[in-house]
Design a protein around this ligand. Structure first.
Ligand SMILES: Cc1ncc(COP(=O)(O)O)c(C=O)c1O
Length: 409
């Protein structure tokens, strides 16, 4: 069965990750900082145990208590969670129906003197139109955070994402383009807040031995089960785990909205510096980042030229943008997503629905953003990862065209 996502980690890199057993983490983190500086051009980067922790660190350093933080409505719930953990007030802005990223029109309506931060998310690796965004933000006293959790290796105007905004974050969670079995990075471009970041970062604990072992286990199992022959054995487990994690995330967000301090403290205590195994894994993949991303771009190009566009819509990339395709999200125009998904799985291709759970959050805040709601209900992500071969892509495109051709809502 073709996995929905896969770890693009080589055998050689697995050996390096295992060698981290005998290394200390500060040495690996320092190597990672150097590779982010010299390869990607980021002068100041900090490495934590998740993208959420990185986002939280940025928001805490800015200080958003009681202030509005604008976020795109169609995104990973972790963004909402980080804002609530930092005591900010999340303000949802609808997304654009063509790029699936923050709608600049709706943003103009929601920006005000109460806004402290705008978080721009490069959804599925698709860059936000940063020059257009900056032009809008120019007349406001706000900070810009580029949430590039899904967009490591994507570019805008020939620069890697991470270079735009006062801060940027990346995630190395399972299923990301570059995976460390968990982990995240915070890039600081605004030197005025650097001291605050350094202070908060220095207070973060090291991961425990148990947490380190868990990360290693995740990397090794992801490496092993990314194979077509083995993935079928664990697909249902992956599905159950994803449903469970999404449910937990929604529960936490709803509790945080209602001011539950126990949930908040527990979550903040879970944040730490990055595990040495994640650091070793990311280090290996950064060395061949362009190669990893280019492979996914080739896969996307192939799908784009072989899918039947009468019944689907794909993300548009801004003129200066270069998509990293951590996901290949498509909107089904007239087929039932549930039926299409079930049929694809029966045919041996695992496809995902993304962020449908955000509907529960919109309900809670009593705001139904039209485009984001449509995406929550109609998006399906086809496999795009680096472990796919040409024959897999042929199979995915042919099967998908056949399935949507025969199924209407
Ligand atoms: C846009 C976005 N922001 C933040 C995060 C949080 O990253 P992590 O899962 O590493 O905490 C994610 C994770 O999927 C994400 O997609």
């Amino acid at each position: 069965m073709i996995p929905r996502v896969a770890a693009d980690v080589t055998r050689k890199e697995i050996t390096e990750i295992l060698k981290a057993l005998a290394k200390n983490s500060s040495e690996l983190i320092s190597d990672l900082e150097k590779s982010f500086r010299f390869q990607l051009g980021f002068k100041k980067s900090f490495f934590l145990n998740s993208g959420t922790a990185a986002l939280y660190l940025a928001l805490k350093s800015i200080g958003v208590e009681g202030r509005e933080v604008i976020i795109p409505a169609y995104t990973c719930g972790a963004v909402v969670e980080a804002v609530l953990l930092a005591d900010g007030i999340p303000v949802f802005v609808d997304v654009d129906a063509s790029t699936f990223n923050i709608s600049l029109e709706d943003l103009k309506r929601k920006l005000s003197d109460h806004t402290k931060v705008v978080i721009a998310v490069d959804l599925f690796g698709n860059p936000v139109d940063y020059y257009a965004l900056r032009e809008i933000l120019e007349s406001y006293d706000v900070y810009l955070i580029d949430d590039a959790a899904q967009a490591l290796g994507a570019k805008y105007d020939n620069k890697y994402l991470g270079s735009f905004g006062d801060f940027a974050i990346f995630s190395f969670g399972l299923g990301k383009g570059v995976t460390g079995g968990g982990g995240g990075a915070l890039i600081v471009n605004n030197n005025d807040i650097l001291d605050k970041v350094e202070e908060f970062y220095s207070q973060l604990r090291e991961p425990s031995s148990f947490e380190n072992v868990k990360v290693l286990y995740k990397i090794l199992s992801m490496f092993l089960f990314s194979r077509k022959k083995l993935y079928g054995f664990i697909r249902e487990r992956v599905e159950r785990l994803t449903v469970h994690e999404d449910q937990e995330l929604v529960n936490r967000i709803l509790k945080l909205f209602s001011g539950d301090s126990i949930v908040k403290d527990k979550r903040i205590k879970s944040f730490s510096k990055i595990s040495k195994f994640s650091a070793a894994a990311v280090l290996g993949q950064i060395a061949r980042l362009d190669c990893i991303v280019n492979r996914r771009r080739v896969h996307a190009k192939y799908l784009l030229s072989n899918l039947n566009f009468e019944r689907i819509k794909v993300q548009e990339c801004p003129k200066l943008g270069e998509h990293a395709y951590s996901r290949f999200g498509i909107v089904l125009k007239c087929s039932s997503r549930k039926t299409v998904r079930e049929r694809m799985i029966i045919e041996g291709i695992d496809v995902e629905e993304m962020y449908s759970y955000m509907l529960k959050i919109y309900e809670y805040v009593n705001y139904m953003p039209p485009n984001a709601t449509m995406l929550c209900k109609n998006i399906l992500c086809l496999p795009i990862h680096g472990r796919l071969e040409l024959e897999d892509l042929d199979f995915i495109a042919a099967t998908f065209n056949r399935v949507i051709g025969s199924h209407k809502s």
